[in-house]
Design a protein around this ligand. Structure first.
Ligand code: SAH
Length: 339
């Protein structure tokens, strides 16, 4: 038996064509598309404005691959880490992060990661595959539901800071964002979405050329090539100079300031680099993972960085870890619950 196609891999246009090719009205394609995305149908039977024969016909040709929340762990601070089971049995993690005023979804873009950042637990899983647009979209839908259940309001923000490097799954990540922001999907504002990257300069320029409307965050972690390359091997191919050039290009095209993410470990400097492009800095508390040789800086060091940045008119946020007791904090996502 030939394998059925995941119907959500089709564009609206292709769905319309599919119906035309099978001697049906093209607008059926629009109706089915709405069921699949906006209405989040899990099966063809629920598509009540489509005839039973057509539903059967769709069932013969396609599947709807839905993610499954396989396991949920709740932290004492309210953060929830979801283990998400994909149709092929692989697992990724997503995180629901509530604060008193808003909720944030942290979503994965790949199963594992290929970039080998020495301080990150996901790197140890290696990359298994890219997520499809619907698998990313479904993570957001699931967390939107958690936001409504636990906080009584819809999801406010989305960050692509889970497993994987979103710019190495460019097409699917952009497609998922298109659906998240479109009225045919969740209708969220792109200003509420932040994509975080290790800083692949060519892809950042592509983002700028594609005139995307969401925010960009870059995991900087050191402003010295030698130091950064040791922690983030990708820095050999995409150096700080390349990165800066691409960020200046991004700013020129989009007029959007960049967020630099910077884990405060012992003894590294960054002010000079950040001054070269409009940006703000998220100072991140380092979350210990096993045997990576890093240590968390003490609060005095964080305060020092904060002072130095502010003295240079750079906005600073201190990002304390959320969900640390359940390994849901930055860089700790490693499918431990299901291992
Ligand atoms: N690949 C993307 C997104 C995933 S990581 C990127 O690198 O930006 C999300 C954030 O967590 C990144 O800023 C990453 O550098 C940071 N991070 C990874 N491991 C960490 C750790 N052990 N402690 C604190 N932050 C970590």
């Amino acid at each position: 038996m030939s394998e059925k196609i995941d119907i959500r891999s089709l564009s609206k246009e292709s769905l319309r064509e599919f119906f035309l090719e099978h001697s049906q009205k093209a607008f059926r394609g629009n109706q089915v598309y709405e069921w699949l995305w906006h209405k989040g149908a899990h099966d063809f039977e629920s598509m009540t404005n489509i005839s039973i024969e057509t539903r059967q016909f769709l069932n013969d040709h396609f599947v709807i691959n839905h993610i499954e929340v396989d396991d949920m762990q709740q932290s004492s601070d309210g953060t929830i880490k979801n283990a998400i089971k994909l149709h092929d049995g692989l697992i990724v993690e997503s995180v629901f992060i509530p604060t008193p005023t808003r909720t944030t979804a942290c979503v994965s873009s790949q199963v594992g990661c290929s970039l080998n950042c020495t301080f990150c637990a996901t790197a140890r899983l290696k990359k298994m595959r890219n997520l499809n647009p619907d698998e990313i979209y479904d993570q957001v839908v699931a967390i939107d539901r958690q936001s409504r259940v636990y906080k009584g309001h819809k999801l406010n923000n989305i960050v692509f800071m889970g497993m994987g490097e979103p710019l190495l799954n460019y097409k699917n990540v952009l497609k998922s964002i298109e659906m998240i922001t479109s009225d045919e999907g969740l209708g969220m504002s792109p200003r509420r979405i932040t994509l975080s990257t290790v800083g692949l300069h060519k892809m950042i320029m592509k983002l700028a050329d594609d005139e995307v409307k969401f925010n960009l965050a870059v995991s900087l972690h050191s402003a010295i090539d030698e130091v950064r390359s040791k922690m983030m091997p990708i820095n050999d191919k995409s150096t700080l100079a390349d990165l800066l050039h691409s960020l200046q290009y991004w700013y020129a095209k989009t007029n959007k300031a960049i967020t630099f993410e910077y884990v405060v470990w012992k003894g590294i400097t960054l002010v000079a680099y950040c001054k070269k492009v409009p940006s703000k800095v998220n100072l991140i508390e380092y979350n210990a993972i096993e045997e990576d040789g890093f240590e968390q800086a003490d609060p005095a060091a964080v305060a020092y960085y904060q002072r130095e940045l502010e003295r240079n008119q750079i906005t600073v946020n201190i990002r304390h870890s959320r969900g640390k007791d359940i390994d849901a904090a930055c860089g700790q996502l490693a499918n431990k619950t299901t291992a």
